[in-house]
Write a protein that binds this ligand. Structure first.
Ligand SMILES: Nc1ncnc2c1ncn2[C@@H]1O[C@H](COP(=O)(O)OP(=O)(O)O)[C@@H](O)[C@H]1O
Ligand SMILES: [Mg+2]
Length: 348
């Protein structure tokens, strides 16, 4: 149901995580694409120290978090009575994509784009997400999760015995390939663990999959649409931070060269992962494709996927017939839909 009220979009970006810079690039592009005829837009940045500021100067390629301090209460107070306010949290990583900001927005009673508290938190913690996928029988690489207090030489040797070599090591709570390394032997595994634990107290060790990297964009709440799959051909040994944001050298194949049967299979699996991990609004679900082996294996879900011009999520929708601005419109409507459903259940 649409309402004639003007929509006031509050773009929230920056943040305290290591992915601050990525968020600034995403925000600049979303701001450029938001139709200011249609929407009143307020831009709120979060500094690396966690201070919220009202940003008025807009750059076209990368936004800077600078402006006058503003609180969530002041933001809510600025919403006019003839407007419907909605927040677009364009924050990646911990304290942005992990349910914490979503909790603040729930308490402030403002609709927001994307997953709620639970879905965000589950998706952000790769260890918990894997356990949920496992109990639901969703195919994925073999893995071991460890808390730093249980990391011993014996535990690492046990991981190697279970998973073989090489292995991938990652912090449970991070993104953009930050802290992800491939370890070929015991010594490298130890080094990888030191790096991963500098980002999170929980780490993940996974068997190294030899396969293609296939990604699917999902859009919706209770019922979802899935995009055509895309494929990533990393320029280096794996799809690292440099490939994702700096060099533009990874190749994206959109749509991925797959048969109709393969496309159908991976789209169905993406929707199942989305619902299993309690995602809402949007998510990009990433797979490895072990051809001739186990088929599609879920790698991870991203509840706030990148939105830069070289990002997979908007490109996948474009290839599937949904333009960038249509995508933003739909995401805002999905935010209102979820909010009203949630309010119905919490307002007693
Ligand atoms: N188990 C694995 N086997 C093979 N490659 C992997 C594995 N895990 C991660 N990678 C490589 O590392 C990249 C980043 O890992 P990922 O788990 O997707 O972390 P992020 O959340 O930072 O994107 C992947 O895109 C892939 O290229
Ligand atoms: Mg990834």
């Amino acid at each position: 149901m649409t309402s004639p009220q003007r929509i006031h979009v509050i773009v929230l970006f920056g943040g305290e995580s290591a992915e601050h810079d990525v968020s600034c690039v995403t925000a600049a592009h979303v701001l450029q694409a938001l139709d200011t005829e249609k929407y009143r837009v307020t831009t709120v940045g979060i500094t690396r120290q966690g201070q919220w500021v009202l940003v008025t100067a807009h750059a076209t390629d990368k936004l800077l978090v600078s402006g006058t301090p503003i609180s969530i209460t002041e933001i809510v107070a600025q919403v006019r009575s003839d407007e419907r306010a909605v927040v677009m949290p364009l924050l990646h990583g911990p304290l942005g994509e992990d349910g914490t900001i979503q909790g603040v927005l729930e308490v402030a009673n403002i609709p927001y784009v994307g997953s709620g508290v639970l879905g965000s938190a589950v998706a952000m913690d790769k260890g918990v997400a894997k356990q949920l996928l496992a109990v639901n029988g969703i195919p994925q690489p073999k893995y071991v999760t460890l808390h730093e207090q249980h990391i011993t030489d014996a535990a690492l040797q046990h991981a190697i015995d279970t998973l073989g070599l090489p292995v991938f090591v990652k912090p449970a709570n991070m993104g953009s390939s930050i802290g992800v390394t491939k370890a070929r032997n015991f010594g490298e595994l130890r080094d990888s663990i030191v790096l991963a634990t500098s980002y999170d107290e929980w780490v993940l060790i996974e068997e190294a999959i030899v396969g293609r990297e296939i990604e699917v964009a999902v859009l919706g709440n209770l019922t979802v649409r899935t995009s055509l799959p895309g494929e990533i051909i990393p320029s280096s040994e794996f799809y690292d931070y440099n490939d994702k944001y700096l060099s533009d050298s990874a190749q994206l194949k959109i749509p991925a060269p797959l048969t109709a049967i393969e496309i159908d299979a991976v789209q169905k699996l993406a929707a199942v992962v989305f619902h299993t991990l309690r995602a809402q609004g949007m998510a990009r679900v990433d797979f490895f494709y072990e051809e001739g082996g186990r088929g599609f294996l879920c790698n991870e879900i991203n509840t706030i996927p990148g939105f830069t011009p070289i990002s997979m999520y908007p490109k996948l929708w474009q290839a599937s017939g949904v333009s960038y601005s249509q995508l933003l419109d739909e995401l805002l409507e999905l935010a209102f839909d979820r909010h009203s459903r949630r309010r119905r259940n919490t307002a007693h």
